[in-house]
Ligand binder design. Structure first.
Ligand code: ME8
Length: 517
């Protein structure tokens, strides 16, 4: 049997210094959509998410909460697991950097890089931002409104002087540039690839990769006074989950190099510069792709705890239901660009695309079948051109969607599906099955069969985005759970005339103004 194609996608592992908010839900949701799509398309998928539990930021948060750091991590990490459940994420693994398997892996990667001669001991003196867990050169700092020097992200910085191990990042400038040239789509969107390339062209300094002034981390092998810099620790999670250092393991062999590391634009440099350099220095393959998506604001304002405008994904799902939230987040903003969350645009979008477009199409077609076809899949007669065209066009949407999703253009994939929903609505409106009810019931049956087939195809295609609603819709069409993969699109999985259908129920209720007030 030919080996199944594999697909490995990862989210950033989130810091446990804070409870999950809409930004975290967004990144993992995008990965969930891509993972579900690839599974339905016949791939062997590994979808990884988890929490990043080391570093000074987490240590400080635990101290502020007057908690033992491990207990603090257990508690917050659990919130991320709950978010995954509430959002219906289909991850295959949830990793925590405090797990013993991760210590083993991070230390093994360090030793491999060291054995290859790329780590040396020295002393670091310079600026550090705990909030960003990042080192900054003097030249990168900017002056804040109050006159203090801050990181380019606006985060406070402190002057550090301590013994440190260094990674010889400066030597990786040319290998990285060669790698980007050979893999021009290593970073997407393209503008982000350009940013990364010009950053690397500007020259790279060796990177301090250990700290001695706090303890919450993975000890440096052979020198436990040092703990690893949180980013070398964190990035290694992507291979820990594949049983590294056992590179003969089935997991490592099957899934490495990763197909997509999904990240926000804030952490692109760590993933597109440091991580491939670490991997090359270890003599291992770098990942295939880093996709950096944009940043959400709330009603035009930066989302921040201090502004008190953090959008709580649990609250949103509670208020509106899960699938409208999933749909809105994936559809509203071109994936890769920044986006603004506003209640008004949420309600408008959910009502227009879900309740009106898809909801009405399904409801109209299913209720006519219930009323006029004895509640059974109708028996179609001879197909006319318009019928055949709708069926062919609907089955062909997959090809388009595949191309978009290979570039993680999730919004374009959704647009393509919804264009076809519009065409199907147009077909029903033009064919007017209700007109034929008395005069030509056979024609009515054919139109309803064709429309139901279109709905079946569109529901199968939309499962990655709105899985719960599509499961309900496919139940209503009598499609067995085993027949919902993309191999069932088109004629392969055609509805069987005569199949009894359950009474139709609406899948996308309208959000009323009262609720949205
Ligand atoms: O950086 N809009 O963790 P983190 C969109 N532990 N996405 C947002 C967002 C917003 N307003 N706010 C956060 C870390 N995100 C490290 C990662 S990976 C080896 C280690 C999302 O908890 C976005 O994906 O600060 C961003 O990159 C991530 O949360 C940062 O999460």
């Amino acid at each position: 049997m030919p080996k199944q194609k594999s697909f490995y996608i990862t989210t950033p592992i989130y810091y446990v210094n804070d409870v999950p908010h809409i930004g975290h839900a967004y990144t993992t949701l995008a990965c969930d959509v891509l993972a579900r799509f690839k599974r339905l398309d016949g791939y062997d998928v590994m979808f990884l998410t988890g929490t990043d539990e080391h570093g000074q930021k987490v240590e400080k948060s635990a101290a502020a909460a007057q908690m033992d750091p491990k207990l603090f991590c257990d508690q917050v990490s659990e919130r991320f697991r709950e978010l995954a459940q509430v959002m219906n994420f289909s991850h295959d693994q949830f990793i925590r950097t405090t797990e013993p398997r991760h210590f083993l892996s991070a230390q093994a990667l360090w030793q491999r890089i060291e054995a290859n001669g790329h780590i040396y001991k020295g002393a670091y003196s310079g600026w550090y931002s705990v909030r960003d867990e990042a080192f900054y050169a003097e030249s990168e700092l900017v002056v804040a409104e109050d006159g203090t020097k801050v990181a380019p992200t606006g985060a406070p910085v402190e002057w550090l002087e301590e013994p440190s191990y260094f990674f010889d990042l400066s030597k990786w400038q040319q290998p990285l540039l060669d790698f980007y040239e050979k893999n021009p789509h290593f970073v997407l969107p393209k503008t982000r690839m350009n940013e990364v390339t010009s950053f690397v062209k500007g020259g790279l300094n060796d990177l301090s990769i250990s700290r001695t002034s706090f303890k919450w981390g993975v000890p440096v092998p052979g020198d436990p006074d040092h703990i690893m810099y949180v980013w070398i620790d964190a990035l290694t999670n992507y291979i820990t989950a594949l049983q590294y250092p056992d590179m003969d393991s089935e997991a490592y062999q099957t899934y490495w190099p990763a197909d997509v590391h999904m990240v926000g634009k804030d952490i692109l440099r760590f993933h597109a510069v440091y991580w491939p350099a670490f991997m090359m220095a270890a003599g291992l393959e770098p990942p295939k792709r880093v996709f950096a998506h944009g940043w959400w604001t709330n009603e035009g304002q930066k989302i921040s705890k201090s502004l008190g405008n953090v959008i709580d994904p649990f609250g949103l799902v509670n208020e509106f239901g899960l699938d409208p939230v999933r749909y809105f987040l994936m559809r509203e903003v071109p994936f890769g660009s920044d986006g603004d969350f506003s209640r008004q645009s949420f309600v408008t979008r959910a009502n227009a695309d879900l309740a009106n477009d898809f909801g009405n199409l399904a409801q109209r077609c299913l209720s006519m079948i219930a009323k006029n076809c004895d509640g059974k899949v109708p028996q179609p007669g001879t197909l006319q051109d318009a019928d055949a065209m709708l069926l062919t066009d609907t089955a062909n949407v997959l090809k388009e969607v595949r191309v978009y999703l290979d570039d993680q253009a999730v919004h374009l994939a959704i647009e393509a599906i919804w264009r076809q929903i519009s065409r199907a609505n147009g077909y029903v409106a033009a064919q007017e099955p209700w007109v034929h009810r008395k005069t030509d019931p056979q024609r009515m049956a054919t139109i309803l069969y064709v429309a139901a087939e279109a709905v079946r195809n569109l529901a199968i295609l939309s499962q990655p985005i709105v899985p719960e609603s599509m499961a309900k819709l496919l139940d209503q069409l009598g499609v067995p759970e085993t027949d919902r993969g993309f191999d069932q699109l088109g004629e392969a999985g055609s509805l069987v005339p005569g199949t009894p259908l359950p009474p139709p129920i609406g899948i996308f209720p309208r959000i009323t103004e009262k609720e949205s007030a």
